[in-house]
Design a protein. Structure first.
Length: 675
């Protein structure tokens, strides 16, 4: 449930080049250079070849900027720098996409390899003293507010990456950055390749939905294969009556990429610690937090504590309800086991809230859900979404165009269904930035949803929520994707703000007026209002419980990057998680090995919780003025989404709410959940 962001810009070997006049920057050529995606790339060599072109072009432009002469201005030096950002950002997205979606390992690997090469160039730019000096020489006083903000952030990021150090030290930092990218990439690849499976007797599937059982027929050996892929794993953990099946699947699920990633993760953490120390910081958490809204480890700790204080009463109430139901089912049970939580949840929802997720499931067929989400976007924001005729990398990929008042403003791909070897979670990949008057932003949603109509494509309500969440990133990327500066386009806001718009949007899949437009059963009957009301009552159940678990994950992410690298990764992860999670983590759980965010997000997994605080706060205007209030939606689009990263996120929220962010809305929700 996240966005693939280009690596943070962090040695410079001056390339020999002809000095160029500062006047010759030509904005806009960069998207022409990137060209169309290799949707139908026949082989890995083609992908490697395109990567070579990117690398050559970026190296040429680095040299050009380093050798620039004449007065440094925003229109020249910053424009050249910004185009480098666009090339690296767009390229990272493009090759991330190949790594996630291509049909075979060589092409996926080619995508991954190119990301490492681009990340190396990115870190080289961030350590280029000549580039820093050119940007530093720009007089910001004559520039607009967004440009001043961009310059300030950019210079700070150079300073944070060690641009002021001497040549030998910068070379060491460059080498460390490259090694970090390489190890991180191996960590991710191990997770992608880390799927496990088990075989069970068909009778073990009792309790699972009929369509799941139909899709899991026994093989010639009479056994059914269940994998750790999300569409296999989640229904088993939620519905299987067999405690043994859930227990056994939980073991292999929580040992994905283990032990392969044990040493990899340890190496990654050591390298990051070394890097932070070389840059004069005590630890990597300190370094990575400096440009966030919550900008110190202490502030993150305080946030986790404050949120836990708000969530704990609700979490204890959730625990009590779960345990009471477990004791009815199994007299004498004294506690809830790790592999029982997901299974108890729908039973408790049925018991206390009369809500049956399987009942709701009948109303969510993929095709209807997709059309419903597109229609919601059209209704709320007054845009039009049409199919786009273009080449795709798989027959299941659905390309679309977005029009506003008849004008094309963005394009996107939905790659919604699982395939062997494909990225196994859900994320949005930004592929191209927009250029005013010249190019529109392009992005892709890579997901793993059921496919088709009511026969094959029924989805959990939680999947519908995930779909809309990821779609939220996509529209943020489109509505805010055409700025003067690429580095401020779309989702290029402070990283710990970026989840907020998507988390806020999740509220719409609990809105009857929205759901009734697309949630229909196989006979075309819309979802009953009563069922949606029950769903809403049940929604707050396990909210406290779930947040405490998420705070536990945030704690692992923070402490792994703040404390000395642990001797035993599993022990440490279970301990940090246990500081918040109400359910004890069994010794078999090695989830850190498949905790992909530890590469991509490092210390800042708290981002999801902090974004929830902001999302709850943003939503107060919609809950007061109406979820389908077009004036509120317009205000939100203009003041928050369309602004991209042109202002600090705290200001965007203030512009929309008319006041600063507080935890009040989050506290109020948790208080309601505790009732
Ligand atoms: Zn997200």
């Amino acid at each position: 449930m996240h966005i693939q962001l280009a690596g943070i810009l962090l040695a410079a070997t001056a390339l020999s080049a002809t000095p160029v006049s500062a006047k010759s920057a030509k904005p806009g050529n960069v998207v022409d250079f990137m060209g169309p995606l290799l949707a139908t790339a026949p082989d890995a060599a083609t992908i490697d070849g395109k990567c070579d072109l990117y690398v050559k072009e970026i190296e040429r432009r680095i040299a050009e900027l380093e050798n620039e002469t004449g007065p440094a201005t925003a229109n020249t030096s910053l424009a050249r720098y910004d185009e480098l950002i666009a090339l690296i950002g767009g390229g990272s997205g493009e090759f991330t996409l190949y790594q996630e979606v291509m049909a075979d390992q060589p092409r996926r690997d080619a995508g991954g390899n190119c990301q490492v090469r681009l990340s190396t160039l990115s870190s080289r730019i961030s350590l280029s003293r000549p580039i820093y000096d050119r940007l530093k020489a720009i007089d910001p006083s004559k520039e607009d507010e967004a440009t001043r903000f961009y310059l300030k952030q950019t210079l700070a990021s150079f300073e944070r990456s060690g641009v002021a150090l001497d040549d030998a030290e910068r070379a060491e930092i460059q080498a460390l950055q490259e090694k970090i990218a390489e190890v991180g990439n191996e960590f991710d690849s191990n997770i992608a390749a880390g799927q496990k499976s088990l075989k069970v007797a068909p009778s073990e599937l009792e309790g699972l939905p009929e369509d799941y059982i139909a899709a899991h027929r026994p093989g010639p050996d009479g056994l059914v294969e269940i994998t750790t892929a999300t569409p296999d794993y989640v229904p088993v953990m939620s519905y299987a009556k067999s405690d043994k099946l859930r227990h056994d699947l939980s073991i292999i699920y929580n040992q994905r990429a283990f032990p392969e990633n044990d040493a990899k993760l340890r190496e990654l953490l050591h390298l990051r610690q070394q890097l932070a120390n070389k840059l004069g910081r005590r630890n990597y958490a300190e370094l990575v937090l400096e440009d966030k809204m919550v900008n110190t480890p202490k502030k993150v700790e305080k946030l986790l504590e404050d949120m836990a204080e708000a969530a704990l009463p609700a979490a204890k109430g959730d625990y009590a309800k779960n345990l009471a139901v477990l004791q009815e089912l199994r007299p004498g049970a004294t506690d809830i086991k790790f592999w029982e939580t997901a299974w108890l949840s729908p039973i408790v929802q049925q018991r206390y809230y009369d809500y049956n997720p399987q009942e709701a499931r009948k109303y969510f067929a993929y095709n209807d859900v997709r059309d419903g989400i597109l229609k919601l976007t059209q209704d709320l924001f007054g845009v039009e979404i049409r199919r786009w005729k273009t080449a795709v990398w798989d027959k299941d990929v659905e390309p679309y165009e977005v029009y506003d008042q008849g004008k094309l403003i963005g394009r996107f791909y939905l790659d919604s269904h699982p395939r062997p070897g494909k990225y196994s979670h859900a994320n949005m990949v930004p592929l191209r930035p927009g250029i005013p008057g010249k190019a529109v932003p392009l992005g892709a949603l890579v997901m793993n949803m059921a496919k088709g109509d009511h026969t094959t494509g029924l989805m959990e309500h939680g999947d519908v929520e995930t779909f809309l969440h990821e779609f939220g990133h996509l529209i943020h990327g489109i509505f805010g994707g055409t700025q003067r500066w690429f580095g401020q386009s779309g989702v290029a806001t402070e990283w710990d703000f970026v989840e907020a718009p998507s988390q806020m949007l999740e509220n719409w899949v609990y809105d009857y007026d929205t759901l009734k437009t697309f949630a229909k059963d196989k006979d075309g009957n819309p979802i009953p209002r009563e069922l949606v009301e029950k769903m809403n009552r049940a929604r707050l159940f396990n909210a406290g419980f779930g947040d405490m678990r998420q705070l536990g994950y945030s704690n692992i992410s923070l402490e792994f990057h703040q404390q000395p690298v642990p001797e035993n990764m599993g022990d440490a992860a279970r301990y940090y998680r246990g500081a918040f999670d109400l359910i004890p983590t069994p010794d078999f759980v090695e989830m850190q090995a498949a905790f992909g965010h530890l590469n991509g997000y490092s210390a800042i997994y708290y981002t999801y919780r902090w974004s929830k605080v902001i999302a709850d706060d943003l939503f107060t205007r919609f809950s007061g003025e109406g979820l389908r209030n077009k004036a509120t939606a317009k205000d939100y689009r203009e003041k928050v989404l369309a602004m991209g990263g042109t202002k600090p996120a705290a200001e965007l929220v203030r512009d929309f709410l008319g006041r600063d962010i507080t935890l009040d809305a989050y506290r109020a929700e948790m208080a309601k959940a505790a009732q």
